[in-house]
Design a protein around this ligand. Structure first.
Ligand SMILES: [Zn+2]
Ligand SMILES: [Zn+2]
Length: 139
C-alpha cells in the first residue's frame, strides 16, 4: 500500500493522496530540466482529483508542451518547489513531483520519457521502459 504524503521545501504546501499511482516515470524533457533546475523530473501519476492539498494554494505557471497543449505547472510561491503538473495531452492524471514525497523509498520509476533530451551523463536505467518523447496512450 502506497502512502502518498509530502510537501514543499518550506512546508507552506502539504499534500496527501490515498490513490494508487497510475504510473511512475522519469521525465528528461527540457522543460522539466528548467523547472526543476536539475537533470530530470521524477513523477508519480495519480488519478486526477485524488491529490489533496493543504496549506497555501500553489502558484501555477502555464507552460506549453511540444504538442501545443497546455502543461499547468504548480509550485510553491514561497520556496519554489515544484509540486505537480497537469498535462493537457495526457488528461485524467496529476503528475506529482516525487522529490517532494516525505518517503520515496517505495518508488521505482517504470518508464523514462523524453529520453531524446536526456543529459548525456544520465544512465537511462535498464529496468525502465524508454520512450523518446511522451509514451503512447496505452503505455
Ligand atoms: Zn514552499
Ligand atoms: Zn518533462
Amino acid at each position: 500500500m502506497t502512502q502518498i504524503q509530502g510537501g514543499c521545501l518550506c512546508g507552506a504546501i502539504r499534500y496527501t493522496s490515498a490513490a494508487q499511482p497510475l504510473m511512475t516515470a522519469v521525465c528528461h524533457c527540457k522543460h522539466c530540466q528548467r523547472q526543476s533546475g536539475t537533470a530530470f523530473s521524477v513523477l508519480v501519476a495519480l488519478p486526477a482529483g485524488t491529490l489533496e492539498l493543504q496549506g497555501e494554494a500553489p502558484a501555477t505557471y502555464q507552460d506549453r508542451g511540444e504538442s501545443g497543449l497546455a502543461v499547468m505547472r504548480h509550485f510553491c510561491g514561497k520556496c519554489g518547489s515544484p509540486i505537480s503538473s497537469q498535462v493537457e495531452a495526457m488528461p485524467g492524471m496529476d503528475w506529482l513531483k516525487a522529490g517532494t514525497l516525505d518517503d520515496a523509498s517505495w518508488l521505482q520509476p517504470q518508464v523514462a520519457i523524453w529520453c531524446d533530451h536526456a543529459q548525456p551523463w544520465v544512465p537511462l536505467g535498464e529496468t525502465m521502459a524508454q520512450f523518446p518523447k511522451n509514451p503512447p496512450p496505452q503505455a
